[in-house]
Write a protein that binds this ligand. Structure first.
Ligand code: ADP
Ligand code: ZN
Ligand code: ZN
Length: 847
C-alpha cells in the first residue's frame, strides 16, 4: 500500500466482506476497518483477514483499500494466512457474479478461497484474578457453579460449559453477564488450528567441499561413506527427502545423525506439494503437425493472444475434428508468452481423456481441480497456481475462481454443456462467467463445441464472437516417414427409422429390423456397439404408436406430461390416468383413444436400460452386454472400470444413458443405436429441441472415430422433427435456423432473458398459494411501471413436482434481452423479501 506524504495524516481503511451469513437485505453489505500499523505496508486487496464483528471474531476478505480518516472504526485483527490472497481480477469477477446472479458476495468469495481456511472460532470464558479469589458462597446458585467450574478447569468454551451446567442458553447468558459485570470472569476466543496446512518434509543436502577427504575420514563407517557418495553422485534439481535418502542408501537414524554431527550433511525442512497426478503415469507426447483447417483457426487465435487484444472465439468443429489439439497448441503458446491458461471442461476426473492429454503434453505445469481431490491436494493446487508455479488450471465450472495472477487464455470445452450451470447459490453459468472474466482480464477466450449452444452461435452470427470452423473429422496415422500425420475420415452415415412403420409391419420389439440387422453385422465383424437411451423425462408423454400423435394442452399447446410425482417413478414408467400442462397448470384425463387416428395404442413412452440389455441378450445370446447409467454404476471407479473394459473389448454392447454421450474416444465402436429419440424431444422445456440435437449429435459422434464403415441408427415415432433431421444431415445450420424461428416467436433466449422462481413446501397448497401471491405482486410491478416486453409464464407445478419429499411450483419471468441487472434488481426488491424462493437468473433447466 502506498504511503506517500500526502496520505500521511490519513489512515488505511479496508472494506471487508465478512464470511458469515447475514440476513437477507444485508447480504451485500461491506464493513470497514482501520488497518493496524504493523499491517499497513503489506496489506493488499484479496487478503483473508480476521476482523471483529459485534462480539465475535470472524474471517473476511478485503475487497478495497483506501486512505481516509478512520474515526470510529475498529481495527482489523490480523491476516488469517499470508499466503491466502485472492488476485484482484478474481475479486472483481466475484463481485460481478454476486450482483448478476443475485447471490451473497461472501458465498461467491468462498469459491475463490482454498479449502481448509474455514476455522472454528469458539467464545470462551475464564476467571479473572478477582474471580479466582472471591467468596463463592455469596453468589447466586448458577453464577456460583459457573465460577466454581472455571476456577477448577481454567478457560472453557461456551459449548463446553453448556454441556456441564444446568440451565437454558438465556439463563446461562444472564449469569455470564452478571459475573462479567462484577469483574469476576472475562471473555476470550479460541481458534481451532486450520484444517489444512502446507505439508513439510525433511530434506538432506550435501555439505562437504572435499568429498575424497570426507570419505577418508569415514573409512571406519563404510555405510555412512556409501550414503555420502550416493548423495554426491545424485543428479537431480531438488535435494532428496530424508525418507528417500534412507530408502536408497540403507542408512539408519544413528548414521544420519553422525553425518550431520560431522558437518557432512545439512538437514532442513522444505514444503512439498500433495500432487493429485503423482500416482498417474503419463507418457510425454509431442504435438503432431496441424492440418490446414486447424492451422487457420490456430493462427487467427494466436494473433489475438500475442497482441494481447483479447478476442472471443467460437471453435465450431464436428466431433473428432481436432479441436483439442488446437487447444493444446494455444495453451503451449500462452505458456511461452509467460501467461497462465485456464481450461474448463464439463466433467473432470484424473482419468478423463482430456486430463491425460494435457498432462502428457504439459506435465507438472498442470493443476487439476475436481471433486475427487482431497482438501490437502486442492489447497496445494491452489497455492501452486497462486504462486505462479503451476501454469495451467483445468477443472469443471468452479475452476473459474482459481487464482491465476498471469491469466492469458481461457478455453471452455463443450461450451454447450448444461453442466456448466451451477445448481446451487451462486447459480452462475460458467461459460457466461468465463466470457466476463476474459473481458475483465483482457484475455483471449475460446469456446469450443461440435454443437454450439444457440446463444453462442447467435453471438457468433452477429459478430460479438468470432466464428472459426473445423469441418472435417480426422484421425492420426503413422506415415511412411515414421511420423504422425492426420488423415480425413468421413462421418458415419445416420439413418432414421420410423417406429410407426415397424409397428404397422408387426414388429413390436424394442429393436427395428434395421437396428437388429446392424447389431448382428457389427457383432459379426468383431466390433462394438453402443445403444443409447435418453432417459431425461422418459415415460412422460403420451404418444400414439400408430400415428405419432402427442397429447397437447388445449390452452397453450405445450405437450401434456404424465402426472408422475418423482423422477424415479417417471423412469419406471408407472401407469397413468391424469395429464398435466406445465405451462398453465391445466389437468386433463389421459386419452385412451388417439384423437387423430382412433388407435388404442396410445400410451406413455418409457424404456429403461435394463429392458434394452435384456432384449440384446435375447436376440444375441453370446454378446457380452453391459449397462452404464446412474443406477448400475455407482462411484467414479466403476465408470473407469467400464470404460477400460470397453477399451479392452471385454464388452460387445454397451447400453447407456446420457453418460455415454460425453466425449468418449472409443476406437472400436462400429454402431451407435439410439433406441428411442423421442423422450427428450417434448419436455416442457424450451431447450428440449436443442438438447436433443446436441445429445444425439454427440452420441452419434462416438461411432467410427478410427475407421470407416461405422453407422448410426436413430429410432423414433417423430421422424419429421427438425432436430432429428438436422442430426441425420450433420447440419448444424439448418437446426439453428429452425430453432431460432421458434425462439424468436416466443421471445425465448437469445431473444429474451428469463428469471425462474421455484418454491417448495411440504403441502402443495402452500406452494400454490405462495406462487400465486408472487405472480400477483410481479404482475402489479410490471403493470405499474409499464414494463414493455415483460411477461409472466405460470405459476404452475414444476415438471418434477416432488423432490426430497417436497412439492415444487415455479414461475418464469421473461424480459427483453437488454434488461440490465439493475432493472431486474429493482423489480426483485419491489416485490419484497423473497424468502422461500429459489431465484435462478438465466436458468438452463426449467423442469
Ligand atoms: P476433437 O477435440 O475435435 O474431438 P481431437 O483433437 O480429439 O478432436 O482429434 C481427434 C483425433 O485426431 C485424436 O485422436 C487426435 O489425436 C487426432 N489428431 C488431432 N489433430 C491431429 C493432427 N494435426 N495430426 C494428427 N492427428 C491429429
Ligand atoms: Zn394416432
Ligand atoms: Zn397449458
Amino acid at each position: 500500500m502506498d504511503v506517500s506524504p500526502e496520505h500521511f495524516s490519513l489512515e488505511v481503511v479496508a472494506d471487508v466482506v465478512v464470511m458469515v451469513p447475514l440476513s437477507g437485505r444485508y447480504h451485500q453489505r461491506l464493513f470497514s476497518y482501520r488497518v493496524p500499523d504493523h499491517l499497513r505496508e503489506t496489506i493488499t486487496v484479496g487478503q483473508l483477514v480476521w476482523v471483529p464483528l459485534r462480539q465475535q471474531q470472524v474471517r473476511g476478505v478485503i475487497i478495497a483499500l483506501q486512505h481516509r480518516t478512520a474515526d470510529g472504526l475498529r481495527d482489523l485483527i490480523d491476516l488469517v494466512d499470508p499466503m491466502v490472497s485472492i488476485p484482484e481480477v478474481t475479486i472483481r469477477l466475484a463481485r460481478w457474479v454476486a450482483e448478476y446472479y443475485d447471490a451473497p458476495l461472501a458465498t461467491v468469495l468462498d469459491l475463490c478461497l482454498p479449502p481448509g481456511t474455514t476455522r472454528q472460532i469458539e467464545m470462551t470464558w475464564r476467571a479473572t484474578a478477582a474471580g479466582l479469589m472471591c467468596e463463592l458462597g455469596a453468589l447466586p446458585d448458577r453464577e456460583r457453579s459457573i465460577l466454581f467450574y472455571l476456577r477448577r478447569h481454567g478457560e472453557q468454551s461456551e459449548a463446553a460449559l453448556r454441556a456441564v451446567l444446568r440451565g437454558s442458553n438465556d439463563q446461562l447468558r444472564t449469569a455470564y453477564r452478571a459475573l462479567a459485570e462484577r469483574g469476576l470472569i472475562v471473555r476470550g476466543t479460541r481458534i481451532d488450528p486450520p484444517r489444512v496446512q502446507p505439508r513439510r518434509e525433511q530434506v538432506v543436502r550435501m555439505a562437504v567441499r572435499d568429498l575424497e577427504q570426507a570419505l577418508t575420514e569415514l573409512h571406519r563407517a563404510p555405510r555412512q561413506a556409501m550414503a555420502l557418495r550416493w548423495l554426491a553422485e545424485r543428479v537431480a534439481d531438488e535435494p532428496p527427502t530424508l525418507s528417500e535418502f534412507r530408502r536408497s542408501t540403507g542408512i539408519d537414524g544413528a548414521g544420519i545423525r553422525a553425518l550431520a554431527r560431522r558437518g557432512f550433511i545439512d538437514l532442513s525442512e522444505r514444503e512439498v506439494y500433495r500432487d493429485p497426478l503423482a500416482t498417474v503415469t503419463f507418457s510425454p507426447d509431442a504435438a503432431p503437425p496441424l492440418t490446414m483447417a486447424q492451422r487457420q483457426a490456430y493462427e487467427t487465435m494466436v494473433t489475438a493472444l500475442e497482441t494481447g487484444t483479447g478476442g472471443r472465439f467460437l471453435l465450431h468443429g464436428i466431433t473428432g475434428s481436432g479441436k483439442t489439439e488446437v487447444y493444446l497448441r494455444l495453451i503451449a503458446r500462452a505458456l511461452r508468452l509467460g501467461r497462465q491458461a485456464l481450461m474448463l471442461a464439463p466433467e473432470i476426473a484424473l482419468t478423463t481423456q482430456l486430463v491425460r492429454r494435457l498432462a502428457a503434453r504439459f506435465g507438472h505445469q498442470l493443476a487439476v481441480f475436481h471433486s475427487g481431490l482431497s482438501d490437502g491436494e486442492r489447497y496445494d493446487e491452489w497455492r501452486r497456481l497462486r504462486r505462479g508455479e503451476a501454469r495451467i488450471a483445468i477443472g469443471a465450472r468452479s475452476a473459474l475462481f482459481a487464482p491465476l495472477p498471469d491469466l492469458g487464455l481461457i478455453i471452455v470445452d463443450e461450451e454447450h454443456d448444461p453442466g456448466y450451470k451451477n445448481d446451487a447459490v451462486p447459480r452462475y453459468h460458467a461459460r457466461d462467467v468465463a466470457l466476463h472474466l476474459a473481458e475483465l482480464a483482457r484475455v483471449t477466450v475460446v469456446l469450443g463445441s461440435a454443437t454450439p449452444s444457440v446463444e453462442t452461435f447467435y453471438a457468433a452470427r452477429n459478430g460479438s464472437i468470432q466464428l472459426l470452423e473445423l469441418p472435417e473429422r480426422i484421425t492420426a496415422q503413422i506415415g511412411i516417414d515414421g511420423l504422425v500425420h492426420s488423415r480425413p475420415l468421413p462421418l458415419p452415415p445416420i439413418r432414421i427409422v420410423d417406429m410407426r412403420r415397424e409397428l404397422q409391419q408387426g414388429n413390436t420389439s424394442i429393436f427395428s429390423s434395421t437396428l437388429s440387422h446392424a447389431l448382428a453385422q457389427t457383432l459379426a465383424r468383431g466390433q462394438q456397439a453402443i445403444l443409447f437411451l435418453n432417459r431425461r423425462g422418459a415415460a412422460s408423454f403420451v404418444v400414439c404408436r400408430d400415428c405419432g400423435y402427442i397429447a397437447r394442452c388445449e390452452r397453450c399447446s405445450a405437450p401434456l406430461t404424465v402426472h408422475y410425482h418423482t423422477e424415479s417413478e417417471a423412469e419406471a414408467g408407472a401407469p397413468v390416468s391424469v395429464l398435466l400442462c406445465h405451462a398453465c397448470g391445466q389437468r386433463t384425463a389421459a386419452p385412451v383413444i388417439c384423437p387423430q387416428c382412433l388407435s388404442r395404442r396410445i400410451r406413455a413412452l418409457g424404456i429403461g436400460t435394463q429392458r434394452v440389455a435384456e432384449a440384446v441378450r435375447e436376440f444375441f445370446p453370446s454378446a457380452r452386454v453391459a449397462r452404464w447409467d446412474r443406477d448400475s454404476t455407482t462411484g467414479k471407479h466403476s465408470h473407469d472400470a467400464l470404460l477400460e473394459a470397453m477399451v479392452r473389448h471385454d464388452i460387445d454392447v454397451l447400453v447407456g444413458t446420457q453418460m455415454i454421450a460425453k466425449g468418449l474416444d472409443l476406437p472400436l465402436v462400429g454402431l451407435v443405436g439410439v433406441v428411442l429419440a423421442d423422450t427428450g424431444l417434448y419436455l416442457p422445456d424450451f431447450r428440449s429441441g436443442e438438447r436433443a440435437f446436441q445429445l444425439l449429435t454427440q452420441v452419434a459422434g462416438r461411432a467410427g472415430r478410427r475407421s470407416e464403415g461405422a453407422q448410426v441408427i436413430i429410432q423414433t415415432y417423430q421422424p419429421e422433427h427438425y432436430a432429428l433431421q438436422a442430426v441425420r444431415d450433420h447440419d448444424y445450420r439448418s437446426f439453428f435456423r429452425e430453432e431460432m424461428a421458434f425462439r424468436r416467436a416466443l421471445a425465448y433466449p437469445p431473444f429474451g432473458r428469463l428469471v425462474r422462481f421455484v418454491t417448495t413446501a411440504a403441502h402443495e397448497e402452500t406452494c400454490q398459494h405462495r406462487a400465486e401471491q408472487l405472480a400477483v405482486a410481479l404482475q402489479k410491478c410490471i403493470t405499474d411501471r409499464d414494463l414493455v416486453g415483460w411477461r409472466l409464464i405460470g405459476p404452475a407445478p414444476a415438471f418434477f413436482r416432488r423432490q426430497r419429499e417436497r412439492w415444487r411450483w415455479h414461475l418464469l419471468l421473461r424480459v427483453p434481452p437488454a434488461t440490465t441487472t439493475q432493472e431486474l434488481r429493482a423489480i426483485l426488491d419491489a416485490v419484497g423479501p423473497l424468502s422461500g424462493w429459489v431465484i435462478d437468473i438465466d436458468p438452463v433447466n426449467v423442469l
